[in-house]
Design a protein around this ligand. Sequence first.
Ligand code: MN
Length: 260
Amino acid sequence: MRILVTNDDGVQADGLFALVQALSQVAEVIVVAPDRQQSATGHAITLHKPLRLSPVALRDGSPAFASNGTPSDCATLGILEAMGGDVDFVVSGINHGPNLGWDIHYSGTVSAAIEAAIIGKPSLAVSVASWEKEIHWKPVAEFAATLVRWLATHPLPPHTILNINAPNLPQSELTGVAVTTQGRRQYVDRIEKRIDPVGKPYYWLGGSLAEEAAGAEAGSDVRAVADGKLSVTPVHLDLTAYSLLPTLGDAVKAWDSAGF
Ligand code: MN
């Protein structure tokens, strides 16, 4: 089995190294990851400057490639160039920080996995949902290895990924594994306005989460992680709001017959 590992925290990130160590037990692992921090770059791709792949060594001396591209670029370069298309799985992570609910639209980690799905390779995005400095990487790294082994005989449907989030807990304190839906995350006070030394305003984006509980419906990824569980959310590329199709269909029919 051949696995491409990428991430958005950069090729030397702790979470990537933990993932490589766990996956190396079950597969040949090739690493192509950004040469710098690329969190919250979403699904950006690089079209207007040259992309490079540079050989680097991970902390144990094992070979990897660093790229000046985005996480999504790294998935593409990894699959098509570094691995010549001979890829069984792409695993993106382990991200330092949550990729829960609506946040996956911002996520470089999830976008790299989605890019792999667009190319036609099965993929996982893996995150530890915590900003704490000390992170328990190993339980979710081992879980990713278990999932990959299972997926080898139970393939994902095309254009579908699994988004995995773990609470920052040691194995003994995890309360289980939950298959979940995408919850909600919304930020308030998103813009912080400051004044620079010459009197002109500048801005920091950020904000805090609106009532965590609001997004933590039963069955959601947000809820599972809050309950101390590993969360596995199947995600597909289709963003269609199916429930609106009948209403919109009726409206369009009326406009059609009225000639707009
Ligand atoms: Mn990140």
